[in-house]
Design a protein around this ligand. Structure first.
Ligand code: R2B
Ligand code: URA
Length: 303
């Protein structure tokens, strides 16, 4: 099953012989290819990959960390989008941090993840950490709380990513790096003033029925059935819903690299299904995960 692994010196290896026999590798979804780009020169120093759903959030994250790391941009003080030849995704680089957006849902995430993993391989990158920074719906948490996932479950409440491959269902384990999650929680407690919790995240394949909402265009269950499901989630210690963690973590497990999922909650699903906070509040909450990530990067660089 394993497609990508690390050499003993930490360099990312692709164990897909089909790739080594390609004369040129076209990373179509990020608009780069190994012929026209010097990957080791441009990306060889990447140590941290930060992914999140929206392209504009990745841009503000890149600008935020550029200031904290004191890495000014050369292009009119704006981050350069390396993926500008594609309109699907964005890729920014700030010092050792590579940012890429992944869109909504696992199919969108896994598509760009393959290209990013190949980029890192072609660049000869070593000892990389992967982070997903995102938004989520909280369960019994004050909106604006930051959840660091210690477990991720799929919509069937299993810690696996199920992917049909060649007509057969392939199940891949999805386990966030435990030490990293604990380290981040500790770091947040010491250095940040907002509330963070370690939690169990359910990764749904849909925002509405897949997350037990009553306000979608369709609803195939009763409010009582939804209540029973939420009771079950409570017993399992579920803290939040989002839509990519299981695929993200399973892919990181497969390349054998440390990974963390940090999501801010935008609402409490016990109180409402709709996200009603004003734009400014939502934007300020969405900056919380990058604050924790930045502390992690700074600590890492300085140690
Ligand atoms: C959180 O928010 C998005 C849906 O609004 C989705 O990408 C996710 O995981
Ligand atoms: N993202 C989700 O997937 N669910 C929510 O409720 C909020 C953000």
């Amino acid at each position: 099953m394993d497609g990508i692994n690390n050499a003993s010196d930490g360099v990312m290896l692709l164990q897909n012989e089909n790739i080594s026999s390609l004369e040129v590798d076209h990373l179509y979804h990020i608009g780069l290819d190994t012929n026209s780009y010097d990957f080791p020169k441009e990306f060889g120093d990447v140590k941290f990959v930060c992914m999140g759903g929206s392209p504009s959030r990745m841009k503000s994250y890149a600008s935020y960390i550029a200031e904290k790391l004191n890495c000014p941009f050369t292009d009119d003080k704006m981050p350069h989008n390396y993926a500008c030849a594609s309109d699907r995704y964005v890729v920014y680089k700030v010092g050792p941090v590579l940012f890429a957006n992944h869109g909504i849902g696992i199919p969108s995430l896994s598509t760009v993840f393959h290209d990013i993993a190949k980029l890192l391989h072609h660049a000869g990158c070593k000892d990389i950490y992967f982070f997903r920074l995102g938004t989520s719906g909280g369960l019994n948490l004050e909106p604006g709380t930051v959840v660091i996932s210690k477990n991720v479950l799929n919509g069937m409440l299993s810690p696996t990513w199920e992917l049909p491959v060649l007509g057969k269902m392939v199940s891949q384990k999805a386990v966030p790096t435990k030490d990293l999650a604990l380290y981040l929680k500790n770091l947040a407690e010491k250095e940040l003033s907002f509330k963070t919790v370690l939690g169990t995240t359910v990764c749904a394949n849909d925002f509405f029925e897949g997350q037990g909402r009553l306000d979608g265009a369709f609803c195939s269950y009763t409010p009582d059935e939804r209540k029973d499901f939420f009771e079950k989630l409570k017993e399992l210690g579920v803290t939040n819903f989002e839509m990519e963690s299981v695929g993200f973590v399973a892919l990181c497990n497969r390349i054998n690299l440390p990974c963390a999922v940090i999501c801010v909650t935008l609402l409490d699903r016990y109180i409402s299904d709709q996200i009603t906070s004003d734009h400014e509040t939502l934007v300020s909450w969405q900056m919380k995960p990058i604050q924790l990530f930045t502390k992690f990067v700074l600590n890492h660089i300085n140690n």
